[in-house]
Write a protein that binds this ligand. Sequence first.
Ligand SMILES: Cc1cc2nc3c(=O)[nH]c(=O)nc-3n(C[C@H](O)[C@H](O)[C@H](O)COP(=O)(O)OP(=O)(O)OC[C@H]3O[C@@H](n4cnc5c(N)ncnc54)[C@H](O)[C@@H]3O)c2cc1C
Length: 530
Amino acid sequence: MTEQQRYDYVVAGAGSAGCVMANRLVRAGHRVLLLEAGPHDRLKFVHIPATFVRVIGTERSWVYETEPQAGANGRKMFVPQGRMTGGSSSINAMVYIRGAAADYDEWAAAGCTGWGWSQVLPAFKRAESNTRLSAPFHGIDGPLRVSDTRHRHPLSLAFLKGAQEVGLKYNEDFNGASQEGVGFYQTTTIDGRRGSTAATYLAAVGGDSRLRVVNGAHVLRVLIKDGVATGVDYRLSNGQIATAIAEREVVLTAGALSTPKLLQVSGVGPAALLQKLGVPVHKDLPGVGENYQDHLEIIAHGKCREPISLFGQDKGLTALRHGIQWQLFKTGLLTSNVVECGGFVDTLGSGRPDLQFHVLPVLAGDVDRPMPELHGISIDPCFLRPKSRGRLMARSANAMDPADFDGGYLSEQADVDTLVRGLKLARRIMRAPSMAKVVSQELYPGPQDHFADAELEQFVRQYAKTVYHPVGTCKMGSDPMAVVDPTLRVHGIDRLRVCDASVMPTITSGNTNAPTIMIAERCADFMLAA
Ligand SMILES: Cc1cc2nc3c(=O)[nH]c(=O)nc-3n(C[C@H](O)[C@H](O)[C@H](O)COP(=O)(O)OP(=O)(O)OC[C@H]3O[C@@H](n4cnc5c(N)ncnc54)[C@H](O)[C@@H]3O)c2cc1C
C-alpha cells in the first residue's frame, strides 16, 4: 500500500547536516519531514564519548567498501559512516575543527561565490556555543556545544610534550588565529556526553508538531517532473513504500557516499551512466559522483612501558567502575573522546599546515587490521589536502544496492610523500624524551631508528587508512563538473538542493563535521530567503 503525505520540506538523511536543516526550517515555521535510513540514537554507547568504536560495524553504521585500490597495494579500503539519527555526528570522534581560512578563500576563488572565510565565519560562530573561547573567533550562543576534553590521558600529555621537544609549538585554539602547533582538541560534547547534531539541533525542536522524523526510512529516489523535484519515495523497515510530497523543496542530506547515488538513480548524473542504469535522464550532470576526496592517515604505534593505555579498560570490574563514574558524575575515562589531542604541521614550510596529527592512547588498527593485545599509543599523521580523487557510481537503479566505489586513494604520489613526511615526524616524536619515558619501543613501522624512504613508502601503501572524511561527490561551483550552485541548488533541477559533505569542492584542512554543520546553517539561510 502506498502512503502519501505533504510537507513544506522533505529532508533525506538525519545526519550532521540533516538535523541542522530540520531545526532551522521548523524554527522558521515550516512543516518538515526528516527521513533517516537508520534507527534512533538512543543507545548508551552513542552518548558515552569514549565508546563510539563499539558502534562501528553494528546496525548504526554503514561500512562502505572500495574496489581494490591500486595506490594502496591493491587493498580494499573501508569507510564507516553513521547510520542513525545524528548520522556520522553520532559516531564520530567529536573533534571540533573548522579547517583553515585559506580553504574557504580557495572555494570562493574556484567559483563558489560567497563562500570565502569572512563569509563563512559568521555561520561557524552562529552554530557554536563554546564553553571556554569567545570573540573574535568563537560563538557562545549557538546550538552546538564545543567544550574542552574533560579527560586528559597521560599518553596524550606525553605526546604533547614530546612534540614540543622536537620543536612544534603549543596551540591553545586550532580554530583561532592559526592552526599550527599541537594541543588538546576541543570537542562537540555537552558536560561529558556526546553532542551530536541529533542531541543538539534536533533535540531542540523534538517536540514541535511541525516536525516528523521517520527512522528506518530509506529514501529510494527523488521524484522529478518537468525538471522540478516534487518529493521522494522511501522504503520503511517493514518493506512498505511511501511517497512524501515537498511543497517547497527536497533537500538531500544523505552524506557524500549516498547523496550522489540518490541523484543518479533519480535521473540526475552522467547521461551515459543513467542510460546504463535504465533511468530516465532528467539532467545530464557529469560531476555527480566524481571528485571524491578523503583524508588518509598512517599510524606509528608505540608499546607502553606500563599498563596505562586504554587497552583492557572496557572489561570486567574496571569497565563497571568507569561506567558508574560516568553515570553518576559524567567524569573520568569515559568522557574522553579518545582522540584527545593532536595538531597541525607545515612540513614543507609553505606557510600552511599540510598535515594533521590524531593521537590515541591505545593501539588503534583498522576494520581489517587487528592490533596485538598490548598497551600502546597510536600517533596518526594524516594529509590535509589530498591530490588524489575518486568516484562513486550507482551499480543499479536500486538506491539500496551498494555503488561502485573507487576511492582513488594514494593515486597521486604527492599524497604518499606527505604521509611519509608525517610518519618520519611521528617517529621523531615517539623518540623524544617525554615520550621515551612512557614508550619502550616502536612497534610499527618498527624499532630501528632509520628506514629508507622507499621502505616507509611501502609501509604507507600497505597500511594507510581513512580518517572517515568522505566529501566532494556533488561539488558546489559553476564549472561543467559542478553539481550544485553556490546556494546549493542542483544545477538544472528546480526545488532540489544538496546539503551535506558532498558539496565541498575541495576537502577542508581538518575534520569535516563542523564544516558540514556550517554548510547546513548557510543552506538554511538560502532556503529561507528564497
Ligand atoms: C568514525 C568517524 C569518526 C569521525 N570523526 C570526526 C571527528 O572527530 N571530527 C569531525 O569533525 N568529523 C569526524 N568525522 C566526520 C564527520 O562526522 C562527517 O564529515 C559528517 O558527520 C558528515 O555529515 P553529513 O551530514 O554529510 O553526513 P552524515 O552525518 O553521515 O549523515 C548522512 C545520514 O543520511 C543517512 N542516509 C544515507 N542514505 C540514506 C537514504 N538513502 N535514505 C535515508 N537516509 C539515508 C545516513 O544513515 C546518515 O544518518 C568522523 C566520521 C566517522 C564516520
